[in-house]
Write a protein that binds this ligand. Structure first.
Ligand code: NM2
Ligand code: OGA
Ligand code: ZN
Length: 376
């Protein structure tokens, strides 16, 4: 971005940068914002990029005394130091905030691709992703955008899922272990450890914070049934928003309750909405799990019946085959979901053959960090 002109207002509080390209609007920045984000070595550590000062080090009456465009930089002098601070115009353009308040309503991160049954889902070969940076980056990029990705033709060795997790992040240990065996057990501590079908769900909504990603790695799948299904929870919320905004309001503004007490010494519980949004309306999490919801007690009497209707409708959208992608995992194949967004289900299974998956919960911040640093 090239700026043709820089001007400071008479109070020294606002800089206006006018782009060379006439079709682009001018952008304004506040003195306090510019001073806080000054890139000089006394403000930001040149070695690690961390800020060396607190807001108390900036006077309340901070003001700009001069601004010029020179040597492809926006150069600014403030009233607290003699230093002239040079800002990269592209950095300023990328961090501009000069827009109107966008008001109400929920929205989704535009970097995500919402999907339904006809989606072309990201998948790659295990050895390519583990061995080649470009293949890994593309696969992680798909995983981020779809909240889902499959990895094919991996080893059928116990524990391989941890190596997959380590390729992009760190595994969160829980009461189920660093990883867990998903297979039929006697006296199961969780219905996942049976042959029952499991309605599409997010894992562990009873945990705070919830696990943000899950890997399910297949070692054996010779039973009859046991197919996997995944559903984009954000796409379901989007459909619900279109057909019944009041339903989304109920599910996002009241807290549900979730709990797990399946083994001794464990009593997990949470009070969180099924649809969670930031204060400015970005949908950031869906919690949906029929097996683990507790009695709801945070919805006022007058709204409870409508709340249940909204909950039912969200479940219908989640169970709608038009929203679902299904497949049967083969030994050596795994999938990863963003557990804050994409729900997973399994069909019931029976018969003589064994079914054995291993699961773990890597954190999503690691994925985003690895991907961002690979993109740079
Ligand atoms: N397991 C597989 O959230 C849940 O309770 C689903 C989780 C037991 C770790 C199952
Ligand atoms: C789980 C789960 C699915 C499966 O373990 O959380 O949903 O395919 N398992 O067994
Ligand atoms: Zn699950």
């Amino acid at each position: 971005m090239v700026f043709a002109q820089a001007e400071v207002d008479p109070s020294g509080q606002v800089v206006t940068l006018t782009p060379a390209d006439n079709n682009r609007a001018a952008v304004r920045f506040h003195a306090i914002w510019l001073r806080d984000n000054a890139p000089d070595p006394d403000t930001k550590s040149p070695s690690n990029g961390q800020r060396l000062i607190t807001l108390h080090d900036i006077p309340k009456d901070i003001a700009i005394t001069a601004v010029v465009i020179e040597d492809e930089q926006v150069k600014i002098k403030f009233n607290d130091r003699d230093l002239v601070v040079g800002y990269d115009p592209s950095w300023l353009a990328a961090h501009a905030y000069d827009r109107a308040n966008e008001g109400e309503g929920l929205w989704f991160n535009p970097g995500l691709t919402l999907w339904g049954a006809d989606a072309d889902m990201p998948e790659a070969d295990h050895d390519d992703v583990m061995g080649q940076d470009a293949a890994k980056r593309d696969w992680l990029d798909g995983l981020y955008r779809y909240g889902f990705a499959k990895l094919n033709n991996g080893p059928t060795e116990s524990g391989t899922l941890l190596k997959v997790a380590e390729a992009f992040g760190y595994v969160r240990e829980t009461n189920y272990g660093k990883w867990f065996e998903v297979r039929t057990e006697v006296n199961p501590v969780n219905l996942a450890y049976t042959g029952m079908g499991l309605q599409a769900h997010t894992d562990n909504p009873y945990r705070d914070p919830v696990p943000t990603m899950q890997i399910l790695y297949c070692l054996e799948n010779a039973a009859e049934g046991g197919d996997s299904i995944v559903v984009d929870g954000f796409a379901c919320i989007q459909r619900l928003m279109e057909e019944d905004p009041e339903a989304v309001r109920l599910l996002s503004q009241y807290c549900a309750r979730f709990g797990y007490h399946g083994s001794s010494g464990v009593a997990l519980q949470s009070r969180r909405p099924m649809i969670e949004a930031t204060p400015d309306g970005e949908v950031i999490c869906i919690r949906f799990n029929n097996r683990s919801s507790s009695a709801f007690t945070d919805i006022p009497f007058d709204d409870m019946a409508a709340y249940y209707q909204a909950y039912r409708r969200l479940g219908e959208l989640i169970d709608d085959p038009e929203m679902q992608v299904s497949f049967k995992l083969e030994p050596g194949q795994c999938f990863i979901v963003d557990n804050t967004r994409v729900l997973h289900a399994r069909k019931g299974y029976t018969g003589a053959g064994n079914r054995w998956l291993q699961g773990c919960y890597p954190d999503k911040d690691g994925l985003i960090s690895t991907l961002s640093s690979m993109r740079n």
